[in-house]
Design a protein around this ligand. Structure first.
Ligand code: TXA
Ligand code: MG
Length: 307
């Protein structure tokens, strides 16, 4: 940990565990350090990064004109898998936010991540620690890029990225479904809007092509486009989902828990990539609870195979 903190303060990069996915971090106050993240990830400079902080107080120092509902969500879900998109103040260099006047802020709950942030004493910009457009890592064994240091942890408990809620327009809007469900958010602040695929992509997670596995992934509703399903397997979110195809089956949660399914999502996709399947037919979940975040990732994974 000491070594990781030293590297961050010297302008290096560190991969660290969070409860959602592993992050690739650099000191958010150091523009040169942050540029290394984009290079390592092969991510276009036009895609801004989430800034991670050790506490609400530290996070809100980086924003201005913060609406009450944003405080309410932070009180309820921080530390945790929620990112708030707010007006940025002048402290954070423009390379972090891709020259946008907004900033995405999150206080993670993972013990190692929090300790790292506290000891570093600076905000840490961190995207998921995967090459741009590929599957996110929920374990160090999934990593497809390197950094100056890797802080080892266990598998990420939540398993899908944070929910991004934007306060940049009138009504709060979910830009990316994630580890905190819409229902949980609406319990605290009332009705929110949800960005659809048709909305202009504000976040890269909103791009249609994202989270792409190597194995061809096809949604069940599109299965007829594939002439021959020999060598394919099935991926179901919940054990209770009906499957009429006679193919080997993988299930994200046998006991029908969306949280368990989310935790297993990227691990299972990484595993499928290591096996010799010609493709995988996906049965989506219901649009509720963490089902929305799981479906979002699976739809985008499938979209990368549509020409
Ligand atoms: O759970 C998570 O959020 C993980 C862990 C590491 O914290 N991080 C993560 O970062 O998923 P990344 O970079 O893979 O996704 C961040 C998303 C991107 O879609 C990015 O475009 C969006 O947040 N974003 C960040 N700052 C933004 C801003 N100022 N305006 C709009 N979108 C923003
Ligand atoms: Mg990502």
């Amino acid at each position: 940990m000491k070594e990781a903190v030293k590297i961050i303060l010297e302008g290096g990069t560190v991969i660290f565990p969070t409860e959602t996915v592993y992050g690739l971090g650099a000191n958010a106050l150091n523009a040169e350090a942050v540029k290394k993240i984009y290079a390592l990830k092969k991510r276009p400079l036009s895609h801004p990064l989430i800034v991670h902080c050790s506490s609400k107080e530290e996070a809100f120092k980086l924003a201005k004109n913060i609406p009450k509902k944003a405080f309410d969500l932070a009180d309820k879900f921080w530390p945790g898998p929620l990112t708030l998109l707010l007006e940025k103040n002048e402290i954070i260099p423009n390379v972090v936010t891709a020259n946008k006047p907004s900033i995405a802020l999150r206080v993670p709950s993972h013990k190692i991540a929090l300790e790292f942030l506290k000891l570093a004493g600076v905000p840490i910009a961190a995207p998921s620690a995967n090459e741009f457009s590929t599957l996110s890592p929920t374990h160090t064994k999934h990593l497809n890029l390197s950094a100056d240091y890797i802080l080892e942890g266990e598998a990420s408990e939540v398993g899908v990225e944070s929910t991004i809620v934007s306060f940049l327009e009138g009504t709060p809007r979910i830009l990316r479904p994630g580890g905190v469900s819409r229902e949980q958010i609406e319990e605290v602040i009332g009705k929110v809007e949800v960005a659809t695929d048709k909305s202009a992509p504000i976040t890269s997670g909103m791009l249609k092509h994202h989270y792409a596995p190597k194995t061809k992934l096809i949604l069940y509703e599109d299965r007829l486009k594939e002439k021959n399903l020999d060598g394919f397997c099935i991926l179901k979110v919940l054990g209770s989902q009906k499957n009429s195809l006679n193919l080997p089956e993988k299930v994200l949660s046998q006991k029908n828990s969306y949280s368990e399914a989310a935790a297993n999502l990227f691990e299972t996709l990484h595993q499928i990539d290591k096996e010799q399947w010609k493709g995988v037919i996906v049965f989506l979940a219901e649009e509720k609870d963490l089902g929305s975040a799981i479906n979002d990732r699976l739809r985008k994974a499938a979209a990368s195979f549509i020409q």
